[in-house]
Design a protein around this ligand. Structure first.
Ligand SMILES: [Zn+2]
Length: 285
């Protein structure tokens, strides 16, 4: 169908009481798997990339790849910068043609986070691009590619969230509520009371990072409380690498790269479908 802004996707998701699954990508097969899963389930989907992934693929190539693949599919697709580290990176992504950017100033003092986010909102909105902010540091459950490690996570203050949303004009934001990136070392304890309070005070779509390993019942409870986008990254990489390793071990010396990568891609389709269904966004395209 078309490439749309996250605002468009998330406002619809919030009204419809489901969440849009957002998957990171860093290559062709990964992107094919996400889009095939979403198309087969008639689900809206967000393809996102962090700075390291954009640098790996090249931002122009990434946007061109998703746009070309998406043109043939009957679903709306978001192209999003995950954990943008700076104003410069956000502007670079506007130039690449992203339809949504995240700025993560959560480790800065609130006032500084607000000031930086506000500048990015002004630039992005001028280009018709939506913005995701972050309040309260969402840490790293174990070492991961997103660079933060602080065993589990901080908890966002609802007062800070209210001020942040009012002053920045973001379209959606991620609040730390006990979630973390990577593989959880213990069962995540999401703070639903805080989530409820944040939703009441802000009213805009909320984003849950670190979706890998959060049980379905907790994801759905969070969706009922206003979470409209859930990020999944680790679970896809884990499925891909485990399947690729098994294929390589079963076919020593085989130099057919496509044959080696195909089972890993199939595994990622299966995982993406599972998580889209967990988000209840199937048949919502
Ligand atoms: Zn994240």
């Amino acid at each position: 169908m078309s490439i749309v802004t996250n605002k468009e996707l998330l406002d619809r998701a919030k009204a419809g009481h489901y969440a849009v699954a957002a998957f990171n990508t860093n290559n062709l097969e990964y992107t094919q798997a996400i889009l095939r899963a979403a198309a087969e389930l008639c689900a809206p989907v967000i393809i996102e990339a962090a700075k390291s992934e954009i640098d790996y693929m090249d931002g122009h190539v990434f946007v061109a790849m998703v746009t070309a693949m998406g043109a043939k599919l009957p679903i709306p697709i978001g192209i999003h910068l995950d954990h943008g580290p700076s104003y410069e990176e956000a502007v670079r992504c506007l130039n690449y043609g992203f339809k949504s950017v995240m700025y993560d100033g959560s480790s800065l003092p609130l006032e500084e986070n607000i000031a930086n986010t506000k500048m990015i909102v002004a630039a992005a909105h001028a280009c018709g691009v939506s913005v995701e902010g972050e309040v309260g540091v969402i840490g790293q459950a174990v070492d991961g590619p997103e660079g933060k490690r602080n065993d589990m996570t901080g908890i966002a203050d609802p007062d800070d969230c209210e001020k942040f949303v009012k002053e920045t004009g973001v379209d959606c934001f991620a609040a730390a509520i006990g979630n973390a990136h990577g593989l959880y070392t213990r069962k995540p304890e999401l703070r639903f009371g805080i989530l409820e309070e944040i939703e009441k005070r802000t009213g805009i779509p909320l984003v849950l990072h670190g979706g890998t390993g959060i049980p379905q019942e907790d994801l759905r409870k969070a969706i009922a409380m206003g979470v409209s986008k859930i990020n999944f990254s680790t679970v896809m990489r884990k499925g891909c690498i485990e399947t690729l390793t098994a294929t390589l071990n079963a076919n020593p010396g085989d130099l057919d790269l496509m044959k080696m990568l195909t089972p890993a891609r199939e595994k990622m389709v299966e995982i993406a479908k599972e998580h889209i269904v967990m988000c209840m966004s199937d048949h919502k395209a």
